[in-house]
Design a protein around this ligand. Structure first.
Ligand SMILES: [Zn+2]
Length: 86
């Protein structure tokens, strides 16, 4: 039996958090609460990539780097970046 000691992979409702490895520039992510004064709750942002290859989103302080915990972005959800046209 393996015991997983890493960060939670989903929130209490079972909604899965984004994995840094599955994100790239152009993806849409949604934040939950308390990501700082620069980021409103439930904010949806477009992922961008800086010259060093670091992923970030724009926020009211400028760039908000996406910092993962063992590959998982706790409190950040991946959204469909290309919703199908109706
Ligand atoms: Zn910020």
């Amino acid at each position: 039996m393996t015991i997983y000691n890493g960060p939670p992979k989903a929130d209490v409702h079972g909604r899965e958090y984004a994995r840094i490895g599955s994100l790239r520039a152009g993806c849409l992510v949604q934040f939950d609460e308390e990501h700082g004064d620069c980021m409103p709750d439930q904010a949806v942002r477009l992922v961008k990539c800086d010259a060093d290859g670091e992923l970030y989103v724009e926020c009211s302080c400028g760039r908000h780097l996406l910092i993962d915990d063992e590959g998982i972005l706790v409190g950040v959800y991946r959204m469909e970046s290309k919703p199908r046209a109706a």
